[in-house]
Write a protein that binds this ligand. Structure first.
Ligand SMILES: Cc1ncc(COP(=O)(O)O)c(C=O)c1O
Length: 389
């Protein structure tokens, strides 16, 4: 095979932790183990049946199979705008301030490609979603981490942030409800962030995919007056509507931001399958009953996870929200990796070490609520056995 060197931009970019770990789990399973994977946050519950019906009916039509508009179907943009108004009390113009995405993950890349030059700097949370830092690095810019700690309630320490040299900082990623910390959003925090961004002339990127999971009060950073001047929000149907594999997300921002991002994005893809967009629009009209039913199931699972965490002598904040439980490990383990390995090799249960989200996550683990109660029961019984062996 000919030797083709990978581009310099991939220097220092590692394969995504989960893709590596899943390979190891695969190998263990092939060797006869039956690993229970409590790591990955991919909702296992189905979308609402009306959403699937809409996809089916739309896909039967003869004239829906061509390329679609780069800026997304009008019906989906309109539904996003109404969804923001209904749930978040935020008014956005469906024609100018909404951009449908193939999942919010791609939006992170589009934003980085649109705004970053080599040498620019970007604030990213530690711990936080690893994609922020890796996408920043792919553009040649530098991710500057800001710490989120238990002692500061998993919110940025603004006194510490003020000490930074802002001459090269262009963007700041924030994410509430926080993944992996489970910290709920608050209007006060969002107001501080908007003030901070305005003061330092940086663009704030708020990533908001978890606001409907075990959270009674979904809020948007765009509900802060004037936020559109300094912020973009990403959102997604992946977790809120059990549609992670459908790849439907959205970006909300000022008209100028959307046009700038479209300059990159329209060179990257050619729109989403129309029936998918229209089914996504249907999902966004679902009412509270749908979310209540889903959350009732997550509540039952969460009780099981609490049981598992108690067995592992981990402590956690009961007020956390979202699709995971974030818990502090007992002192006898060096870090979350050591505990996760002990549970993987001792009980055939995979949980995520907090350190993969950044050094501030080292003393923590994350357990996903995506799995049937029976799997948690089995994990509990395996961990009990491990403790007694
Ligand atoms: C914090 C955070 N942002 C974004 C995403 C990406 O979600 P999507 O499926 O919309 O691309 C995830 C997925 O796990 C996430 O945890």
């Amino acid at each position: 095979m000919s030797q083709v060197a990978v581009a310099d931009r991939l220097q220092g970019i590692q394969e995504y932790y989960f893709s590596k770990k899943l390979r190891e789990i695969d190998e263990l399973n092939k060797a006869g183990k039956q690993i229970i994977n409590l790591g990955i946050g991919s909702p296992d519950l189905p979308p609402d049946p009306t959403v699937i019906q809409e996809l089916y009916e739309q896909a039967l039509k003869p004239n829906v199979h061509g390329y679609q508009s780069y800026k997304g179907a009008a019906g989906l943009r309109e539904a996003i705008s109404q969804w923001y108004s209904k749930w978040y009390g935020v008014q956005v113009d469906p024609n100018k301030e909404v951009l449908p995405l193939m999942g919010s993950k791609e939006g992170i890349m589009h934003i980085c490609m649109t705004y970053l030059n080599p040498g620019d700097e970007v604030l990213v949370p530690n711990p936080g979603y690893p994609t922020y830092a890796s996408n920043v690095a792919l553009t040649g810019a530098k991710a500057v981490t800001y710490s989120l700690t238990e002692s500061k309630g998993w919110e940025p320490d603004f006194d510490q942030l003020e000490q930074l040299d802002f001459s090269k900082i262009k963007l700041m990623f924030v994410n509430y409800p926080g993944m992996p910390t489970g910290k709920a959003a608050s209007k006060e925090l969002f107001e501080k962030l908007v003030d901070f961004a305005r003061k330092h002339q940086i663009l704030l990127i708020h990533d908001n995919p978890y606001s409907f999971i075990l959270n009674d009060h979904p809020i948007s950073l765009l509900s802060v007056p004037g936020a559109l001047d300094v912020a973009i929000e990403l959102n997604s149907l992946s977790k809120s509507h059990n549609m992670a594999g459908w790849r439907i997300g959205m970006l909300l921002g000022s008209e100028q931001r959307i046009l700038e991002i479209l300059r990159f994005k329209s060179n990257m893809d050619s729109g989403m399958f129309l029936p998918l967009q229209l089914a996504g629009a249907k999902a966004l009209t679902l009412d509270k009953d749908f979310h209540d039913q889903v959350n009732q199931i997550y509540k039952e699972r969460r009780l099981k996870v609490e049981e598992l965490l108690a067995l592992l002598n981990c402590s956690y904040d009961k007020s956390q929200v979202g699709l995971f439980m974030w818990a502090k490990i007992p002192a006898k383990y060096k870090d979350g990796y050591e505990l996760a390995d002990a549970v993987l090799y001792g009980a055939d249960v995979f949980i995520t070490p907090g350190g993969i989200f950044g050094s501030e996550g080292d003393g923590f683990i994350r357990i996903s609520l995506c799995g049937d109660v029976s799997r948690f029961d089995e994990a509990i019984s395996r961990v009990k056995k491990m403790k007694h062996s």
